[in-house]
Design a protein around this ligand. Sequence first.
Ligand code: UTP
Length: 298
Amino acid sequence: MKRVRKAVIPVAGLGTRFLPATKAMPKEMLTVVDRPVVQYAVDEALEAGIEHIVFVTGRNKHVIEDYFDIQPELLDTLTQSGKREQLASLQKMQLPAGAVSFTRQQAPHGLGHAVWCARDLVGDEPFALLLPDMVSFGKRGCLAGAMELYGQTGGNVIAVEQCDPTETNKYGIVGKGQDVGTGFAVTEMVEKPAPAVAPSNYYINGRYILQPEVFELLGTQERGAGNEIQLTDAMKRLAGSQPFHAHSFDGRMFDCGSKEGFIQANVAFALGRADIRDLVFGPIAEMIAAEERPAEAA
Ligand code: UTP
């Protein structure tokens, strides 16, 4: 079984659900507490043992590349002014030289197309795929658990979570087969099934481990829903010749591509941070207790 060394992080989408905030600012750079959303995906990948990150970027996304570069003037200024804590926060997020690559998706033809754009940088080895707008919240990152299952099963692994059974029509849903290791066999994948016909309520939550054969299938994949090249369509074809297993994530994935998911993530991460929880929520609790509520929006 080949080791999973590389992770693909596609960041070329237009972020239309979060307009106008994402008109000039990539949605992957919106901050959850004090880190951009994309940093959470990188940290999760590193925690899972990934050694090389491949970003698939697009126009207006160069700020993501700058973010992962070093900023000598900033480092010098922080050093000279003795701002050690801030300096440490930058050093901590610095990826080693050569451990990150960038390629461009010239037009947003869909997630499947974005993944296909990474084919030469990934090469002939299994890889992890992380959708960065999905931010993992839990004791351990979602990808680390998926990697554990991959160590038991090989093949392809999809991370899943359970959704409200009445909302299966919002997600990619998998069918549940027999338990295998820490996960279960995937019997089918269905895009947005109506609750009455959904094979389960396990939805695909944005973390995958895929075999390189998926690239060939993506290269010949016809456009599907939304006239985009859909990753799920290629995975379904791959499932005809290779096993797929599901890792059921025991934390919670926040969809930071949506306004409600983004706000929930900010609240959850802020509550989880001892250094700011009381600073933020103490005054708000007091304000509400004193009924000094801000005027209702018109
Ligand atoms: P989404 O569907 O959530 O991204 O794709 P989007 O298209 O930007 O979102 P909306 O619906 O318009 O708000 C999940 C991930 O895949 C990337 C996105 O950047 C996001 O990180 N993606 C999507 C691409 O890189 N290229 C694409 O063509 C589509």
